[in-house]
Write a protein that binds this ligand. Structure first.
Ligand code: ZN
Length: 491
């Protein structure tokens, strides 16, 4: 197994060679969505980033257990142990059971993730399905002296924890600064310190999502589910924990504290964070009026959008940036991604048609090494894609007769493109990705042969008629140096 993959570890703040704890097995946990609304651009980025990593690790031969949770309880509106549960709030608004909200938006999330061609995780646990495990973990943390009960709530004792371990090591925050910067809020008198966070919250009488516990009826704190479910499915030491940069603090910092308080050591070997998506330079938000759901992106139904963008355009757009760089959405950038994606796919189709020659003038081995070097460098997809476009240039040059490729190199080039474009980057063709389109391609080929013969006979009437009939059937033909390309017209 080739093991040259280097990943940036947020915890050590440097790039490290990826060495799994128990090869060939790899445990990977990624924070999933809170399912109370439609998935948006901000959901697409972590899903695609960690899908890329999942795909690449599998390509390298690792057996990956990929766990991505569904948050369906405990995520409060203001993230600070106060306010309504996001799911319960939506349920009240729509007059639904909270679990109806969860089911509805989980189904929609899965639909969007399938459209983006992300592979389903190996396990997708729900927080509400692990209440007992979460209570057990609270008991463990309390028994170790790092949590206290207060008026039916259980809080994590950050100061006590920090005396033995280091609270803030992931985000680089210092507890003294937290002291200085955390405002004492109303209703937090039951906490010893305002930055203590809830492991268990007492349910107010109107709170509909509630479970019995040794501390009274209530519900778990949001951070707890990830410590608990990662431990249950991946063990108390596992390889990779991923999520968006916005989760680094407090969510992941609290996860580290909880796992360490319960087990006496860190659970995670490599912490990975993807950067955020902005829209025309602004943070995306409902109140800012620039909030774009994935459904809107794919249908074009949002005032911010000048057109609809296909799921593969969106995937390609996200992969064109390095996952640790900020990514700004704009119509110009999406249109450029659309062109780039189509050019890449046209080359893949062209590649299938190339015939080997006895001579060879191209260097595929170097191209292959460059591609692996890029992805091994902390998943550097922008550089990887630039090398693939060097491959596109080579393909087009061979097709045009400027370069020659022998059988061995042609096989290598096809393998390279297949592996990187489809298996690793997870792109798929949106025009000819199924058998019916393959059959359609053959019919078009047959008609184009008739057209070619007609043109050779200067029978322009027949030639024009074939083009018009194809157009009526929704098929666009473009003449190229190498022959022609076809695509389906948009309705
Ligand atoms: Zn999480």
């Amino acid at each position: 197994m080739e093991n040259k993959l280097v990943i940036y570890n947020t915890l050590s703040r440097k790039k490290e060679l990826f060495e799994p704890l128990n090869p060939p097995f790899v445990g990977m946990y990624v924070c999933g969505p809170t399912v109370y609304g439609d998935a948006h651009l901000g959901h697409a980025r972590p899903a695609i980033t960690f899908d890329l990593l999942f795909r690449y690790l599998r390509h390298l031969g690792y057996k990956v257990r990929y766990v991505r949770n569904i948050t369906d309880v405990g995520h409060l509106v203001n993230d600070a142990d106060e306010g309504e549960d996001k799911i319960a709030k939506k349920a009240k608004l729509e007059q639904l059971e909270p679990m109806e909200v969860v089911q509805e938006y989980t189904i929609r999330y899965h639909k969007n993730m399938t459209q983006l061609n992300t592979l389903p995780p190996s396990i997708e646990p729900h927080a509400s399905g692990h209440i007992i495990e979460q209570q057990e973990m609270i008991k463990q943390i309390m028994a170790n002296g790092f949590a206290y009960e207060s008026e039916g709530n259980v809080y994590f004792d950050v100061e006590r924890y920090n005396q033995k371990y280091h609270y803030g090591k992931l985000s680089g925050r210092k507890i003294e600064e937290l002291f200085a910067n955390t405002r004492r809020l109303d209703g937090q008198q039951e906490k010893r310190n305002p930055f203590d966070f809830a492991l268990w919250k007492k349910a107010a009488p109107e709170h509909i999502m509630r479970w019995p516990s040794p501390w009274g009826e209530g519900f778990p704190g949001w951070h707890l589910e990830c410590s608990c479910m990662s431990q249950k499915y991946l063990g108390d030491r596992f390889d990779i924990h991923g999520g968006g940069l916005d989760l680094q603090f407090p969510h992941h910092e609290c996860e580290i504290a909880q796992s360490t308080a319960a087990c006496g050591h860190d659970a995670v070997r490599y912490w990975m964070h993807n950067n955020m998506v902005t829209i025309n330079g602004q943070k995306m938000g409902k109140s800012l009026g620039n909030f774009i759901t994935l459904d809107q992106l794919f249908s074009g139904e949002n005032d911010v959008l000048e057109q609809a963008y296909t799921p593969m355009t969106v995937r390609f757009f996200i992969l064109q940036a390095h996952y640790r760089s900020p990514l700004d959405f704009s119509n110009e950038a999406l249109k450029a991604a659309e062109k780039g994606y189509e050019r890449l796919m046209a080359a893949v189709r062209q590649l299938d048609k190339l015939k080997p020659s006895n001579e060879n003038t191209v260097d595929i081995e170097t191209l292959k090494n460059n591609c692996f070097e890029a992805i091994n460098d902390d998943l550097n997809t922008p550089v990887l894609i630039s090398h693939l476009f060097e491959g596109v240039r080579v393909i087009n040059s061979i097709a045009a007769g400027h370069e020659k490729i022998n059988e061995e190199n042609l096989d290598k080039l096809k393998r390279l493109f297949h592996d990187f474009v489809f298996d690793i980057l997870g792109l798929q063709s949106e025009t000819d990705n199924n058998a019916s389109n393959e059959a359609l391609g053959k019919v078009i080929d047959a008609m184009m042969n008739v057209r070619k013969a007609a043109r050779a006979n200067k029978d322009w009437t027949t030639s024009d008629r074939i083009r018009d009939e194809l157009k009526n059937a929704g098929i666009q033909i473009k003449d190229t140096k190498e022959g022609y390309e076809w695509s389906l017209l948009e309705d």
